[in-house]
Ligand binder design. Structure first.
Ligand SMILES: Cc1cc2nc3c(=O)[nH]c(=O)nc-3n(C[C@H](O)[C@H](O)[C@H](O)COP(=O)(O)OP(=O)(O)OC[C@H]3O[C@@H](n4cnc5c(N)ncnc54)[C@H](O)[C@@H]3O)c2cc1C
Ligand code: SF4
Length: 323
């Protein structure tokens, strides 16, 4: 590992100042950052620890759930109100990583975790996310885990987070702090599509820090679930996943929220499927049509084309379970 300086800012503005320095890197639980430093993917000169900042707190108030960026995945998963009112968040966290990792990993770090594309993590391969303009060895290479939606000729890496699938479905906000103070970013605007510049992943300015996420409560959040399919039943990233929530009134769907994971380059909200289902009856026929719409325009490779029927079936299963 390249030698680096480690700093312990005492205040949020101080952390932002340190984070604006060239080659600096924020570190929270370290479960992504240390791996990537050991693999020489990241070689920071300054590591800015976030541990001593007060980025904590989980509170449901006025129909808004606020979760501090420094809370661990475990703390959030086992919070009683999260479990009661936002089951898809709880389930997405408990199906992620391992208990040990969840005890250390933070919510801020989960949002900022990087793709598991093996070519990104191995510096002997070409990767546009790691090095702008280098090329992409996954396209035409081994791409079974890669995205089928929102891909570009520059990058087809799937977003890896489970939690973010639920946050996309529920239209969370990310509250960040930078040199101009605090601002709110809608979850749908937080991640950038891998167009010409796949190395630019987030709508964050240099040194900006995530303070917390905010998730609006709704009846669909309460009647929700997260289903994850992976190669083994524990301690594995998703191959495809769905976060879904539904509200029914007199036999009609009045509100529906759908997120899809590991199939798109960013946490994916299935807007066409949601639009189709609103005001419809919760029938298998309607669910099948919604699943078809959710994968419209998918761009597959010979090794990841199986994700189209897989995600359709998971969506069908999630919607059927909730109605
Ligand atoms: C073996 C293994 C299995 C895993 N399996 C899963 C899984 O199944 N599902 C899943 O969703 N995840 C999985 N993960 C990923 C894990 O959830 C993330 O590594 C973790 O959430 C990152 O949090 P952290 O606090 O450790 O972040 P760190 O490693 O400390 O940081 C990660 C990134 O976030 C940035 N960062 C951290 N906090 C902030 C902040 N407040 N503001 C701005 N930037 C910030 C850092 O600068 C860095 O770029 C797995 C990880 C491992 C190692
Ligand atoms: S798919 Fe994206 S992350 Fe993977 S090698 Fe290509 S550019 Fe890099």
């Amino acid at each position: 590992m390249k030698p680096f300086e480690i700093v312990y800012p005492k205040t949020i503005p101080e952390a932002v100042r340190q984070g604006q320095q060239r080659d600096s890197l924020f570190i929270a639980g370290g479960t992504t950052a240390l791996d990537l430093m050991k693999y020489h993917v990241w070689q920071p000169s300054i590591v800015v620890t976030l541990e001593s900042l007060s980025l904590k707190g989980i509170r449901l108030e006025n129909n808004l759930l606020r979760i501090g960026a420094g809370e661990t995945m475990s703390n959030v998963a086992y919070h009683s109100e999260v479990g009661q009112y936002f089951p898809m968040i709880k389930e997405s966290l408990l199906l992620a990583a391992s208990q040990g990792i969840r005890n250390a990993a933070t919510i801020g770090g989960n949002l900022m975790q990087r793709t598991r594309c093996p070519y990104f993590r191995d510096t002997t391969y070409r990767c546009n996310q790691r090095e702008a303009g280098a090329g992409c060895d996954a396209i035409g290479g081994w791409n079974r885990y890669h995205a089928i939606l929102a891909t570009s000729p520059q990058c087809i890496a799937a977003h890896a987070s489970d939690l973010c699938v639920a946050l996309a479905a529920l239209q969370a906000s990310v509250i960040v702090y930078g040199s101009s103070g605090e601002r709110r970013i809608a979850f749908g605007d937080f991640y950038q599509l891998p167009g010409k510049n796949p190395e630019e992943l987030y709508a964050l300015k240099p040194g900006e820090l995530i303070l917390r996420i905010e998730v609006p409560y709704s009846e669909a959040a309460r009647n929700s679930t997260y289903i994850k399919v992976r190669d083994r039943n524990s301690y594995a990233f998703a191959i495809s996943s769905v976060a879904a929530g539904i509200t029914l009134s007199t036999g009609t769907i009045t509100e529906v929220k759908i997120g899809m994971g590991a199939v798109a380059t960013i946490p994916w909200k299935a807007r066409e499927a949601e639009k189709f289902l609103s005001g419809k009856a919760p029938t298998e026929e309607n669910f099948r049509e919604a699943a078809r719409l959710a994968t419209q325009g998918a761009q597959t490779t010979p090794t990841n084309a199986f994700k189209v029927p897989l995600i359709q079936n998971i969506l069908l299963k999630a919607l059927s379970k909730l109605t």
